[in-house]
Design a protein around this ligand. Sequence first.
Ligand SMILES: [Cu+2]
Length: 352
Amino acid sequence: MNIIKICNALLVILVMCVTQQASAQSDSISSCVSCMCAKDATPAGSMISHVHPKGEWMFSYRFMYMNSKGMQQNGNSISNTQIFNNYLYTSDRMQMGMHMLMAMYGVNKNLTLMGMLEYNQATMNMKGLPGSSHMHNGVMMSGDMSHDMKTSGFGDMSLTALYSLLNNNKHHLLLSAGMSIPTGSIHNRGEAGSMYPDKRYPYMMQQGSGTWDVLPGLTYTFKGDKFMASTQATSILRTGYNSVGYKLGNKFVSNSWIAYQWFSFMSTSVRAEFIQLGKIKGSDPSYSAYTEPSANKVNYGGSSGFIYAGVNFYFLSINKIGLEFGLPVYQKTNGIQPTSYANANLVYTIIF
Ligand SMILES: [Cu+2]
């Protein structure tokens, strides 16, 4: 892109904002139509909330962090000692980080295209029964050894079309349809001497689904003068089995939030998110299912709910920084799974 053109466009937007805000005598969310998205109070963790005017670009960088501590079974916490009754190892901590780059472009006033790239990192601390030892995958393992699993890499890319079914001053109804492309690896392996010596790590340590996934969604948003509210249903539907021989569960997410613009430079939000994840079908035949819970497909899927508190800052008309912090309010897992502890989201958005 041409720098001079961008600078000119920025200047025009800036002048329009200043004149419109002066005439409106208020700093309401919708007082500057040409850069409404920069003043969009959408919380950091919500990815679909608006369309763009024809010819407008939006770029964002988002970091999502999920932290788990301890394990649970069907919604009740379970101790390592209980897990060692059935498994050689357990994990007491897991962290996942996702770096996401997103681009949006307004094709016309009703249709916006969105593309997303992500880079994922996952770490799982493993624990064996203290004092124990055994042969595992041809390697002598002691329960006192530390066997942290660490993977990173690009995840699945996605392309989504957002179509505005209703877009008047206050009420916005948005239909979204996307495709997730299996660019993320499903073949992350452990090193020699680890508990997965040159063998594939468990399902949750892989970066991709290995399948083409359909991403439908419906989003309603209310935009008042300073108050915004939204409710949304989105889904990830797997279309088949991957090359290893399994398919991850379908995912249904409901997201509802309210936000208030306190100052022209700041808004805050509260968001409730509920996730329903289906079971894995098929399996990776290379795992020994009783090595540790995440190698066993019965320990996948379930439902969970989170409440997030967020704050957005707006500056120079076209920039937005959003932060969100979330705690689990409800978790009911299939089998034995890590217990969510806290999540955090950060987003930086710029519009041209
Ligand atoms: Cu956008």
